[in-house]
Design a protein around this ligand. Structure first.
Ligand code: TXA
Ligand code: MG
Length: 318
């Protein structure tokens, strides 16, 4: 049985033994292990069934730790870190030689993030090594935003979930790297493009595999429920075309006509984008439990966090 507990010392003890602990962050739960232990890092890839070409994000608790990992901390990266850390921003920086290749999938860069979750920051302060943590879900499945999501994925094979409650932001961090000193967004996420550009000006977005072979995690199919999922603009038309099916709807707000379907889940009753992001994965987890024929998600307005949510919905439906 996987222990679900708030005991930081227990979590630290397990990590020191080169075992894994799922940790809460403000985005999603992560599956953490010591970056200097090949044993621990291999366990992360095995438990997630994640291919080794997909690098991991190192989680830090202080700005000084960046220089343990990176050979350069460009001006724009520093401005972003000042503005958003602790928070939902991952910076891709040129790595030091002694950062293990397993973490970076052999790349010359390393992903770094300071999460905004007091329990996890306190855990990190208690360790004399750094930890890496991908989202705590099997490869391509929906990311976990509750301790119980993690437990249901890995019960028995994982020793402990550090229970930090529900993840406040609910979708993964925004990932930013640098190409010829220009900022490039490799993954849309919890911090909107509008917020990023308000700090460093215009950025390039390379949010898919074709544009960014260097961000191998941006697979087309990802974050996916087991139930067939569709992203549509016209819900009524879709329902008419699929009469007789058990349909679960994922709607943006309560402002809509009556739909004759099995279940309706709301991302936000008032159409609030931040609330919608925070509920997205839990709503998908819930619908996926209902033995439906299909899940139908409504496209959100394509600005601010709506862009990031639409990105996740698109990947859930391919
Ligand atoms: O919000 C988050 O970022 C969560 C929490 C747990 O911190 N973590 C997370 O990790 O989403 P993961 O492994 O599920 O996604 C990390 C993404 C992957 O797409 C990976 O390819 C990319 O980050 N990545 C990591 N290091 C990279 C690097 N050096 N260069 C390019 N992409 C990198
Ligand atoms: Mg992930």
């Amino acid at each position: 049985m996987t222990l679900v507990s708030k005991d930081i010392l227990k979590a630290a003890e397990i990590l020191k033994r080169e075992e894994l602990v799922a940790i809460p962050t403000e985005t999603v739960y992560g599956l953490a292990g010591n970056i200097y232990s090949d044993t621990a890092i291999k366990k992360i890839f095995e438990m997630k069934k994640r291919p080794f070409f997909n690098p991991l994000i190192v989680h830090i608790h202080s700005m000084e730790q960046v220089m343990e990992l990176a050979v350069d901390f460009p001006e724009k990266a520093q401005q972003l870190a000042q503005a958003f850390w602790p928070g939902s921003l991952t910076l891709i920086l040129p790595k030091k030689n002694d950062v293990p290749d397993l973490i970076t999938a052999g790349k010359d860069t390393v992903g770094i993030r300071m999460p905004q979750h007091e329990l996890t920051l306190e855990l990190l302060r208690n360790l004399d090594f750094l930890v890496a943590a991908p989202s705590a879900n099997p490869f391509t499945h929906i990311s976990p935003t509750k301790a119980l999501h993690v437990k249901s994925y890995f019960n028995g094979s994982l020793e402990m979930v550090l229970d930090g409650g529900d993840c406040e932001n609910g979708i993964e961090s925004t990932i930013i790297g640098f190409e010829n000193e220009k900022a490039v967004v490799y993954r849309l996420g919890s911090i909107s493009l509008e917020d990023i550009t308000s700090i460093i000006g215009p950025v390039t977005v390379k949010n898919n595999k074709e544009q960014a072979p260097n961000a191998p995690g941006m697979l087309e199919k990802h974050y996916a429920p087991r139930t067939a999922t569709y992203l549509v603009d016209d819900i009524s038309e879709f329902i008419d075309q699929h009469a007789g099916k058990k349909i679960g709807l994922l709607l943006h707000s309560t402002d809509h006509p009556d739909y004759a379907v099995t279940q309706v889940n709301y991302l936000s009753k008032t159409g609030h984008l931040k609330e919608a992001a925070s509920r997205l994965y839990n709503a998908m987890h819930e619908l996926d439990q209902l033995d439906l024929d299909m899940i139908v998600a409504q496209r959100l307005p394509d600005h601010d966090l709506g862009k990031s949510i639409n990105d996740r919905l698109k990947r859930a439906t391919k």
